[in-house]
Design a protein around this ligand. Structure first.
Ligand code: SAM
Length: 337
């Protein structure tokens, strides 16, 4: 483990240990809210967004402890590499799909940018600008701190923003936009159009949207009890609120004016990397139990890890059965008028 990883884990542990009572309770309530959603409760989008925010505020620090600083599990494109190496590979693929004409003078939009580390990767790869927004001020703070530390404030721009509000960027501003597990899992089907239209508005003509996103596969059947039961267990663990089919998302993008260039399953499964992280969490739980015993960490951290592991197991079963995909690929283009 290098110094950067040790430091990130330490900061994550410190932030977890010093979370306010309200934040901790809100995180637990957020997870319970997801579970009630899966049990069939009707919920309003603003309450879902609040639950996501409360949950991610804690989850992002918890996952940083376990070396998942970019909050998504990539496809295992190269067995010889771990989670981070495979994240870099899928990110390079998504970047290539954006087909930038002049990378150095490009400006990209990272939707649901998390802690800004993908934005950093793309800004260093292209030499251009990346703007990112995210619902969680805590993650945005980490992104801004990182941009400062790397002295890349002239290339990286982060702010708090919500997919469910109009985007706070000018029209025709970006050469491309992208997302990694951060957009479609937070929308009800009838809400997809509004966001697709906003994406279309902020892109320059000829600009592309490229992603690696959690979506159901066409094999998933809501009327199949086994499928529905697996979904109930894994969705709260993905910290997602909704599951869309690729066809729903593509239809919304087309209605907004996009031309769909690709809609395809991930090139490799993510479950081997989920399994690796599960093993790491198992070891970490022993350590966390010890910290709880001496009251350095509160007992709910261990409880949350237990839920994460159970959801991870359900996810592996669903992915192996090809019912859902963590890295479905969509590439869409705003036509030149
Ligand atoms: C699975 S994580 C992926 C984060 C980031 N793309 C990365 O790879 O590190 C999902 C992200 O979506 C963000 N998010 C969820 N709902 C959102 C919303 N309504 N508006 C903006 N961001 C949102 C979460 O805070 C979280 O950072």
């Amino acid at each position: 483990m290098d110094w950067y990883r040790i430091k990130t884990s330490f900061i994550g542990l410190k932030r977890l240990a010093t979370l306010s009572k309200e934040d901790k309770q809100a995180c637990i309530d957020g997870y319970r809210f997801f579970q009630r959603m899966q049990a069939g409760e009707e919920t309003k989008t603003e309450d879902e967004t609040q639950a996501v925010l409360d949950y991610y505020k804690v989850l992002n620090n918890m996952l940083a402890v376990f070396d998942v600083e970019k909050l998504y599990i990539p496809p295992q494109l190269d067995e010889a590499q771990g989670l981070y190496g495979n994240q870099m590979l899928i990110e390079q693929h998504v970047l290539q799909q954006m087909n930038l004409k002049d990378p150095e003078n490009s400006h990209l939009l990272d939707m649901g940018c998390g802690r800004g580390r993908i934005s950093y990767h793309f800004a260093t790869s292209t030499g251009g600008q990346v703007s990112g927004y995210n619902i969680d001020a805590n993650q945005i703070e980490s992104a801004i701190d990182w941009a400062n530390e790397c002295e890349m404030n002239d290339q990286l721009h982060f702010k708090v923003g919500n997919h469910h509000d109009p985007l706070t960027y000018e029209s025709d501003m970006f050469d491309a936009c992208y997302s990694f597990g951060a957009v479609w899992p937070f929308f009800k089907k009838e809400e997809l159009d509004d966001h697709a239209k906003e994406m279309y508005r902020v892109l320059k003509p000829g600009g592309r949207y490229s992603c690696s996103e959690y979506l159901l596969t066409p094999h998933f059947d809501w009327n199949n009890e086994e499928h529905a039961n697996l979904h109930k267990v894994f969705l709260p663990t993905l910290a997602a609120t909704h599951s869309m089919y690729p066809a729903d998302v593509c239809a919304a993008l087309e209605r907004a004016g996009f031309k769909i260039l690709t809609s395809a399953p991930s090139k490799a499964p993510a479950w081997p990397l989920c399994d690796q992280k599960r093993d790491l969490v198992t070891i970490g739980r022993k350590f966390i139990r010890a910290l709880e015993a001496v009251r350095i960490l509160p007992p709910w951290v261990e409880e949350s890890l237990d839920l994460l592991q159970k959801g991870g197991d359900a996810w592996r079963d669903a992915e192996k059965a090809k019912l859902a995909d963590l890295n479905w690929r969509i590439v869409a283009e705003k036509p030149v008028a």
